[in-house]
Design a protein around this ligand. Sequence first.
Ligand SMILES: Nc1ncnc2c1ncn2[C@@H]1O[C@H](COP(=O)(O)OP(=O)(O)O)[C@@H](O)[C@H]1O
Ligand SMILES: [Mg+2]
Length: 355
Amino acid sequence: MRENIESIVKHFNTYISIKNIIKLRFRGGPKSHIFLITDKENNKKYILKKIPNDYDVKVEKSAICTNILRNEGIYIIPEYYYSDQNNYTYKSKNGTTWEMETYIDGLNCKPLEINSKTAVSLAYQIGYIHKVFMEINDSVLNINFESEIDFINMIDDTQHLRTINYMNELLTYNIPAKDKLITEIYWEKYQQVRNEIFNNIRNLTKKKINKTLIHRDITFGNIIFDNNKENVTGIIDWDTVMLGANLQDVCYTIGHYLVDTRNKAHTIDLVSSFLKAYISTSDLSKYEILYIPEIVDLFLLRTTGWRTKNYLNSLKENKNEKPYYYVNVYKRKILYWVKKRDKIKNWLEYITNKL
Ligand SMILES: Nc1ncnc2c1ncn2[C@@H]1O[C@H](COP(=O)(O)OP(=O)(O)O)[C@@H](O)[C@H]1O
Ligand SMILES: [Mg+2]
């Protein structure tokens, strides 16, 4: 294996002599193999990732965007390495595709470990990145992104139809009585809330909102902190970067990372600190702030859509082995939304009203 990895590394312009290679293990994710490689000369560390074959475009975009930030002096972003095939990926003879970047030293911080300092540090970094992108908007807009993400197309009819189909298929399964809650309570609530959010967001998108390059996945696995878990040392995994509303990164991070209904005081404190710090660094209009609860709500609703799909798939796949593990995970997450949705929205309304 070492042989093989060494030969792949040679195709990137890092000029390292390898001291050791460690395979990192992670669940899920599109990148099937991730290696941590140390250089003999200076102990500098690199990450080599095996990526899906159609990922070239994503890596190319990530590299362009992270280069912009690095040129502006933001070094918490990994540097992507160029290969001898004239782009930021390397395709080996046996058809595998690879990318290589600098390793960012540090730790992940689990949602319940976050304190206000952590949240403030994160907000400053996200705010600063947005600010830099906004200031150089001309060069940002010159990058050819074939698509732009908009709140409305996250919840548009195509998406909705897909979720309806998953649900209809789910209804054909003979699921246990105790799971009927999903098809009954959840499904009714989903449809009602979806229409509500859809109409509200449509009004928002008629107004002018700040747009620039956004990361779109700033959460647990993609943020690296120092050893005290207080200061952000890295924001990695830029595969999802796209033109879109700054508000999206802000609300995504709140919904997927900062809100935890196990502790109300904790959540209110974190989200307020986060938003205050973000606003002091980058820009959010009064109007945008007003929509934060709605957009977080949209993200949480969306996750129930793909969870319905996964719930369905796990019913299909797990007939014989480990039957209920994955089913239960998705089921629990969907029902969590049913039970906690109103609470979360109230908290966020309380917080944004005070800003
Ligand atoms: N440049 C990097 N520096 C430090 N850790 C990294 C780096 N790239 C990846 N990792 C580690 O590998 C994990 C998965 O990598 P990532 O690119 O986020 O893949 P995925 O698409 O599966 O989320 C990260 O959560 C992080 O712990
Ligand atoms: Mg990731």
